[in-house]
Design a protein around this ligand. Structure first.
Ligand code: AHG
Ligand code: MN
Ligand code: MN
Length: 334
């Protein structure tokens, strides 16, 4: 049988008609993200070679050290999307406020806003461990032709029209969904083309990996402590295997392929957890749902949460449906 190597470019063109409001705008947007990801990938790959490692000497709005590559990735994604006049607004983990973008002819007549974590897991760069980019796309809710407002960004995750991530790992992959399943494309760095390597990605029926920073155990809520004990019990298909990279994109990507659950709970130190609803949890939750999994804050679906602020944090439990159901049960019974 002849194997057809379908490139991401071909895939986008062939599947354009399944987009709800097909005008080619969403296709062009995904294309821009694909391009920016290639540039960031190039920079991430040579991180060990050039003087780009270490902190940039600045902190972002959440008081965290920004790594040089955080700043670089943020700039590349914003510049690519701005120069191509492809969106009407951008919100980024690395920006204090959202950015309003004028479309062609100085009008804000583009339909989509993008929210992103330009470099996820950035503390892993110095030690040559995988990092990623996460993106989330919504249709604006305010009238076309006017500047975007905060309302365009504070939409619940179940209104996303597309979401995805790039993992800069042993190979670089882009994994995304426009609401018709999840597809993964692997970059051939020699020619700069992504090929469809993981069509129609689904969580395996059963998962056996749990991913959580157990160093924070004493600060976890009782429900999560009890769930971790459950994962470690010798029963049926347990104990599960523990795997934690400390890079959400990489941890989620492995669990999607092998079957598992990712947990970043609220702690006594961080009552809302650490991860950001708009830049990290919603897009990953959208992919998880499209792949047959689910996400919760312990009580309700992540995708149902109505955001109240741009940099909002939420406790995050995400992965195989049956595992998330179980963790939720422990939370609710604690
Ligand atoms: P970012 O690099 O964008 O700030 O995100 C880091 C996040 C996430 O990727 C990861 O899962 C989590 O922080 C790890 O946190 P801990 O080191 O507290 O486990
Ligand atoms: Mn992140
Ligand atoms: Mn980040």
């Amino acid at each position: 049988m002849a194997i057809r190597n379908q490139s991401l470019g071909e895939f986008i063109i062939e599947n354009q008609s399944e987009f709800q409001y097909s005008s080619g705008e969403l296709s062009r947007l995904i294309n821009s993200i694909r391009l920016a990801a290639k540039v960031v990938n190039h920079e991430v790959n040579k991180a060990g070679l050039v003087d780009i490692l270490g902190a940039a000497g600045d902190t972002n709005i959440q008081g965290e050290d920004q790594q040089k590559l955080d700043v670089y990735a943020n700039e590349i994604f914003i510049k690519t999307l701005t120069n191509r006049e492809i969106v009407c607004g951008i919100a980024s983990e690395e920006e204090d406020d959202f950015i309003s973008i004028k479309g062609r002819n100085e009008k804000n007549d583009n339909k989509y806003v993008v929210l992103m974590d330009p470099l996820d897991g950035s503390s892993n760069i110095d030690v040559n461990v995988s990092v990623g980019t996460i993106f989330s796309i919504y249709r604006r809710v305010t009238p076309s032709g006017t500047p975007v407002t905060i309302d365009d960004f504070l939409q619940p995750g179940n209104l996303q029209v597309a979401a995805g991530y790039i993992v800069y790992g042993t190979s670089t992959m882009i994994v995304y969904s426009t609401g018709h399943g999840v597809n993964g494309f692997t970059l051939n760095p020699a020619i700069g083309t992504y090929y469809l390597s993981h069509p129609n990605m689904k969580f395996p029926e059963k998962g056996s990996i749990y991913s959580v920073n157990e160093g924070n155990y004493v600060h976890f809520p009782l429900g999560i402590k009890n769930y971790i004990k459950y994962c470690q019990e010798e029963e049926e298909d347990r104990p599960y295997t523990s795997r934690y990279i400390g890079s959400l994109v990489s941890d989620f990507h492995r669990n999607l392929i092998k079957g598992g659950i990712y947990i970043y709970p609220n702690t006594s130190k961080d009552p809302n957890g650490k991860l950001r609803l708009l830049y990290e949890c919603n897009p990953i939750a959208y992919i998880a749902k499209q792949a047959g999994g689910r996400s919760s804050n312990g009580f309700i679906n992540i995708l149902d949460i109505k955001p109240t602020e741009l940099h909002q944090r939420v406790p995050f439990i995400c992965g195989n449906k049956s595992m998330v159901d179980k963790a939720e049960e422990f939370m609710q019974n604690a």
